[in-house]
Write a protein that binds this ligand. Sequence first.
Ligand code: G6Q
Length: 465
Amino acid sequence: MFAAQRINVSEDRPALHIALRAPASEPILVDGSDVVAEVHAVRARCEELVRALHTGSWRGHTGERITSVVNIGIGGSHLGPAMACEALADFAVAEIAVRFVSNVDGADLRRALLGLDPARTLFVVCSKSWHTQETLVNATAARRWLLEGLGAGEEAVAAHFVAVSTNAQGVREFGIEERNMLPIWEWVGGRYSYDSAIGLSLMALIGPERFAEMLAGFRDVDEHFRSTTLERNIPALMGLLAVWNADIVGAESRAILPYAARLERFPAYLQQLEMESNGKHVTLAGDPVAHGTGAIVWGQPGTNGQHAFYQLLHQGTRIVPCDLIGFAEPLSEHADQHDLLIANLFAQGEALAFGRSAQQLREEGAPEQQIPHRVCAGNRPTSTLLLERLDPRNLGRLVALYEHSVFTQGVLWGIDSFDQWGVELGKILARRIAAELSAAEGSDQRHDSSTSELIRRYRRARGRQ
Ligand code: G6Q
């Protein structure tokens, strides 16, 4: 990976998210050109844009300052910035509200636009390919909302739309000017990209300096991963444990349990990072794998989860390895609550590991008839990650730990962690059915009977034949 080899074999590309935080003094060459220099040039443009927003020199079409940024994107063009904006909301430096639209359900766009003033709103449309239907449909609707709201023509788009994409032609055809387009590159996968211009909405929230601190955190772990011996190499050990738990222990899933309310979206972010990267059934050579690959990743912040699904973690018939994530320093003014939060984290690790035996219960005087119900077998694996505090640098470190753990797992399994052909299939199938749902007359469908009947029912419900 660090040598820029084309390790994404099915797409014949390097996987170079590490270049997104590399120092300018350490060039990385792809086809003879230094991608680190390009990364720094694009970051400088992002910083310029964000400073213009913060100082008010960027004005909307009617001369108003921008007070809201709406990120339109999905999957890798959404989960990272959305997760990080929530995680680092306490580090906001500007009076700019950041909102997100991803779902093609119009309700998502409606919620994001509710109460916003078009004259003060900037849309950041993130799409690496500029072919993703959900994003293009939402961006088109947002443009309509803007122009209707301003009572203006296409000339208003320039002051209210920025694009992040590899597809300059697509962006131009949409009506966004080249000067408002920030490039990304084929060598970075969507789910690895929020430290590029895809993170523009995050930079708008926390400012260029804190964004740079986050990048430094990523870099800390890149260096650690590259140079630390295996026995002390945290992401390598995390990757080894994940493979052990999946293939030797036989655990089908893994729970991500952050003891930090601000990390609410972190499990969903990791779900994509891990499941899209390592949900693969063939080796690099295209042969079927001889073992299980990526685990099902899910989770929610503790302590909320403790009052819901942890029952299965303690006493269910399935083993669910857990990552417990906590921070020593509180961020809020309610610091007195922090000991209790962290006590819960440590208690869960202890309880999952050691459980509660029948003998202990008897000694505590539990009624005999309850004992089998109250026994917790223990021996359930957890990893605890205890960081100093949830700040930009540590968020970068945390994400990079998981990125390199995912990479380690992929290497051990001998799979391509950087393609996503299953996701591509979904994009193609929906396009065909969408045309059938909205056609003037029901077409002669060639689907299975279940899908055909669903299409017919939906058309009837919408008053179509
Ligand atoms: C990420 C995936 C996928 C992708 C989205 C959006 O690694 O490839 O989640 O990010 O499908 O794609 P675009 O950015 O091209 O719109």
